[in-house]
Design a protein around this ligand. Structure first.
Ligand SMILES: Nc1ncnc2c1ncn2[C@@H]1O[C@H](COP(=O)(O)OP(=O)(O)OP(=O)(O)O)[C@@H](O)[C@H]1O
Length: 231
């Protein structure tokens, strides 16, 4: 569903990626770990079509992101660390607006069902976005991704700044989406949650993927130990 083959990215004199190879199947949840500047955002930005690699290939569902950036847009969604939506619109109005932009027109009931799926409390559906917490905005962002029927979701630092309850709700939602066949790629510094939510973990250092692990083989403490030794 997602594949990077020998991706290189050079910014002037600075090489951000050195031959990155990643392959994810449908329904996999991938957590990419690495220190600041390791190349995580560069990787995501290439898949999103925001930047072009210097060389190498990136594919979503077998389609080259580099050759067909417009074609893959319908299959992907990006949920940044802070989801920015229209502050004066309610949760349901934002969802309706962005679904329509993506070419989907849903009934009120269908829109509510997407928000319920994300766990957004019903009392918030008709409140303006400017009154939402970070976790609530993130749920609307994920509802928009599901409503546009994205196959691959990219998330940047999804648990940063979330309280433990919101983090737990986020983890449950991501696991559910993975079971339903969404492929999820997240860049994170949160080692503990990476083991809770992902099926695979990658550790990046200075533009190279230096470890790829099956999450089920590691406790958070073991992963932390390995991470510190590796980095
Ligand atoms: N537009 C740019 N121009 C020049 N260098 C850049 C640019 N964007 C990123 N870089 C460099 O590329 C390298 C990788 O950066 P990247 O943002 O991908 O790291 P990251 O792992 O996402 O870091 P963080 O955890 O801080 O978000 C860094 O050395 C960074 O300085």
């Amino acid at each position: 569903m997602l594949k990077a083959t020998n991706l290189h990215k050079k910014y002037d004199n600075n090489t951000a990626l050195y031959g990155l190879n990643i392959e994810l199947k449908k329904g996999e949840v991938y957590a990419l770990l690495g220190q600041n500047g390791a190349g995580k955002s560069t990787t995501i930005n290439i898949f999103l079509g925001f930047i072009k690699p210097t060389s190498g290939e990136a594919f979503i569902n077998g389609i080259s992101v580099i050759e067909n950036p417009q074609l893959i847009k319908k299959d992907i969604a990006y949920i940044p660390e802070t989801v920015m939506l229209y502050p004066e619109l309610t949760g349901i109005e934002n969802l309706d607006f962005f679904s329509k932009i993506a070419g989907f027109s849903y009934t009120h009931k269908e829109l509510i069902d997407f928000l319920i799926l994300t766990g957004l409390q019903e009392s918030a559906h008709h409140r303006k976005l400017k009154e939402y917490s970070k976790g609530m905005r993130q749920k609307v962002g994920i509802a928009i991704a599901v409503a546009k029927n994205a196959k691959v979701l990219f998330l940047d630092e999804p648990t940063s700044g979330l309280d433990p309850i919101a983090t737990n709700e986020f983890n449950e939602l991501i696991c559910k989406l993975g079971r339903e066949g969404k492929t999820i790629f997240m860049a994170t510094h949160d080692i503990f949650n990476a083991t809770k939510v992902s099926t695979k973990i990658g550790i990046m250092k200075q533009g190279k993927l230096i470890q790829q692990l099956d999450s089920k083989d590691f406790t958070p403490d073991e992963l932390q130990e390995l991470y510190i030794k590796t980095i």
